[in-house]
Write a protein that binds this ligand. Structure first.
Ligand SMILES: O=C(O)CCC(=O)C(=O)O
Length: 191
């Protein structure tokens, strides 16, 4: 276990290769991945990746201005969720799959600070496939942390991190291989 950050601005902990023996990329066929479109500056744009929300039946999560309903999770996905819950001491009820086909796919800078996640959410992120860089940028300065995420790595974000830092997965155009990331969260569903 490597503590990458632990101070008043939040906590980032890496468990290298924790899930290296599982390869969720081999199970990709069973997931109903799709390219979502979102409204950005008044325009409909396709996200540069494929994604899908899985989780406990009936769970919904609103992000990027859209409401998503979780497809029921099972098998290895559910087992990984339970394992992450045990490590983090949080009962996760959703796993968001993001599939990056190659280095042209990416995720823009953002914080996981939706109100359904509560004040200081613990988020577990598991990566499979090719190594990609995750960049954390501090909101009130130019400080940044570059964290390469390898196959099987578990990254945990917690404490006040989402208030003080944003994160992104930039394009790396030279990379020709794919990567699957799953982020586990506890999402409160308001009825
Ligand atoms: O693919 C990644 O590692 C980033 C995922 C992420 O930032 C998110 O799901 O909020």
């Amino acid at each position: 276990m490597i503590t990458i950050l632990k101070d008043e601005t939040g906590e980032i902990v890496l468990y290298p290769s924790y899930f290296e023996k599982v390869d969720m990329l081999m199970e990709l066929d069973q997931f109903e991945l799709r390219q979502e479109s979102i409204v950005l500056f008044g325009k409909q744009v396709n996200q540069p990746r494929l994604s899908r929300l899985y989780g406990k039946a009936g769970t919904t999560y609103k992000y990027s201005g859209k409401l998503f309903e979780a497809l029921p999770w099972s098998g290895n996905l559910h087992a990984i969720a339970q394992n992450c819950s045990e490590i983090c001491g949080v009962v996760f009820n959703t796993g968001l799959l993001n599939y990056y086909r190659d280095g042209n796919d990416s995720m823009g800078i953002h914080a996981d600070d939706e109100k359904e996640l509560g004040r200081n959410p613990t988020i577990a992120s598991v990566s499979f496939g090719t190594t990609r860089k995750m960049i954390f940028r501090k909101r009130d300065s130019k400080e940044k942390l570059i964290v390469p995420l390898n196959h099987g790595d578990l990254l945990v974000m917690k404490g006040t991190l989402q208030h003080h830092w944003k994160h992104e997965l930039p394009k790396e155009r030279k990379i020709g291989k794919d990567r699957l990331n799953i982020t586990f969260r506890f999402v409160r569903t308001y009825l």
